[in-house]
Write a protein that binds this ligand. Structure first.
Ligand SMILES: NC(=O)C1=CN([C@@H]2O[C@H](COP(=O)(O)OP(=O)(O)OC[C@H]3O[C@@H](n4cnc5c(N)ncnc54)[C@H](O)[C@@H]3O)[C@@H](O)[C@H]2O)C=CC1
Ligand SMILES: N/C(=C\C=C\C(=O)O)C(=O)O
Length: 487
């Protein structure tokens, strides 16, 4: 009889201690479809304990100097970096992404998040004004808000969790974080490093479980005055409703339906590989991924031919395959949802140029039940189609022709989202004009996903409320007060 492998059991981390839970949720390896880990199914009781711990730790942590907090965060960054390979292996297994991506993007960026906020916390200044005729001066001070509730998604698990934990604790808050129940392993591994880095008990508490159960308990708790959330728009709506009676501070980083606009003077040698990457990186499971590609009519046929050829070379493979560009999608339910969009497009008369239903996916026998799908390119689709309006969050992108600048701006802006856009042209004037008119929190021109962490990150319209970055995160995680002194 084959020996059954022991499941990885996670525990909550509250007040510096790992604590078991009364009930657990199964967590799947997306590349095989097998359960490999069990995640605490926490609820109100665990949130109550975490709030007590975070409240107890707040006076000590918030009264430390920025320099002292910075040292701790730098130490944590060093420890994460020393565990880079182990964390990358865990992230790839838990999420389904390629090991290469976890190694080169997710974990390095998690390290960078701590280093970045360890540095930026040292450089904030406050405002001061004078009213000499009244003998007054005025100045502002900022203080940490208190206990920060942080809720993160499954697509970039440690990367997005640390993007919230680092600025919150750098500013002197204590935190209760709830990672996605689908990808909790690297957050649990992070807990093992906190004590060694010098993070006092209760400063960072991580409570695992589902959104409706533990997520809502966190959002509804009256002693958690601030919620930072990254995830879907319907969940953001629910969080907003639950927070309203308490007037909580909210930062909401939500989805996108991001356009790429490709003008006839674009450098296609650069644009095509970058647009394949912007459409399909991380299986298309990044809120910044391109899902509507507008191509000027005169180059449409050439672009499409070359884009489809390049997409067919974007290999889908098991996450550890070094030649794979794409791994497995997060879950069976999500895979089915993404595939259902391709079916809907077909039913509307669209053409599938490559990928789902057209090409064959080759996988090893033990991965046949994994959540894989080929990168898929759709054409001949109307702007009103759900594939052109709704966030699919998978490896599916639509290509459509346009005639002129004015038309394409109007079409690009005709969705409820406004997160990220790319514009490809050699005409500098046009780039500035178009970038300014796009309803989008981020516009990358002649590139994609080059991040400047100092500057605001976030979306407009249904893509969210608030921005994250050096100054924006500091403003969000602190309260400002104006003090007037008459002398
Ligand atoms: N960054 C992004 O833009 C993301 C977008 N999505 C979109 O959302 C769709 C659904 O994915 P989900 O995993 O269901 O996203 P989600 O928005 O439900 O999950 C994100 C986080 O919110 C938590 N959550 C869920 N319901 C909650 C509630 N009622 N109260 C408090 N916290 C709650 C989840 O447990 C998870 O930690 C995806 O297909 C994709 O379109 C998903 C993940 C990230
Ligand atoms: N928020 C997301 C991506 C952020 C990327 C970055 O900060 O570089 C997302 O996919 O949800």
């Amino acid at each position: 009889m084959a020996a059954t492998k022991a499941l990885l059991m996670l525990e909550n981390f509250i007040d510096g201690k790992f604590l078991p839970c009364n009930s657990y949720i199964d967590s799947y390896d997306p590349s095989t479809g097998e359960v490999y880990c069990r995640v605490p199914n926490s609820g109100k009781e665990e949130i109550k304990a975490a709030v007590e711990a975070a409240r107890g730790a707040f006076p000590g942590w918030s009264s430390r100097s920025p320099q002292e907090r910075s040292q701790v965060l730098n130490k944590l960054a060093d420890l994460l970096e020393q565990s880079l390979e182990e964390l990358a292996q865990a992230e790839s297994k838990d999420q389904g992404k390629t090991l290469i991506l976890a190694r080169t993007m997710d974990i390095p960026r998690s390290v960078q998040n701590f280093r970045f906020f360890a540095s930026s916390i040292l450089h904030h200044t406050s405002e001061c004004t004078q009213m000499d005729h009244l003998g007054c001066m005025h100045y502002t001070v900022r203080t940490p808000v208190g206990i920060a509730g942080l809720i993160s998604p499954w697509n970039l698990p440690l990367y997005l969790l640390t993007w919230k934990i680092a600025p919150a604790v750098a500013a002197g808050n204590t935190v209760i974080a709830k990672p996605s129940e689908l990808t909790s392993v690297t957050a649990w591994m992070l807990c093992k490093l906190l004590d060694k880095a010098g993070v006092p008990p209760g400063v960072v508490n991580i409570v695992f479980g589902t959104g409706p159960r533990v997520g809502e308990a966190l959002v509804s708790h009256p002693d958690v005055p601030l919620i930072s959330f990254t995830g879907s728009q319907p969940t953001a709506e629910r969080i907003t409703q639950l927070s309203a009676p308490h007037c909580k501070k909210l930062s909401l980083e939500l989805g996108g339906k991001n356009p790429a606009i490709i003008f006839e003077d674009a450098n296609l040698d650069e644009c095509i590989p970058a647009t394949v990457r912007s459409s399909f990186a991380n299986q298309g499971e990044i809120c910044l991924c391109t899902s509507r590609i507008f191509v000027q009519k005169s180059i449409y046929s050439e672009f499409l031919k070359r884009f489809v050829e390049a997409t067919r070379k974007w290999k889908v493979g098991i996450p550890s395959d070094p030649s794979a560009s794409m791994g497995a999608l997060i879950s069976k339910a999500h895979l089915e949802k993404v595939k259902s969009y391709v079916k809907k497009a077909l039913a509307e008369g669209a053409q599938i140029q490559c990928g789902e239903g057209v090409d064959k996916l080759h996988l090893p026998a033990r991965n046949q039940a994994g959540y894989f799908m080929l990168p898929t390119v759709i054409t001949d689709i109307k702007d009103e189609s759900c594939c052109m309006k709704e966030e699919i969050f998978g490896p599916v992108t639509c290509v459509t022709p346009f005639d002129n600048e004015e038309e394409v701006i109007q079409r690009a802006n005709s969705v409820k989202y406004g997160l990220a856009a790319t514009v490809w042209s050699r005409d500098v004037g046009r780039i500035h004009r178009v970038a300014k008119k796009l309803q989008s929190g981020l516009v990358w021109t002649n590139c994609w996903l080059i991040r400047e962490l100092n500057l605001p990150f976030g979306g407009m319209k249904s893509s969210g409320i608030g921005r994250e970055g050096a100054k924006d995160s500091y403003d969000f995680f602190t309260e400002i007060k104006t003090i007037t002194v008459k002398h």
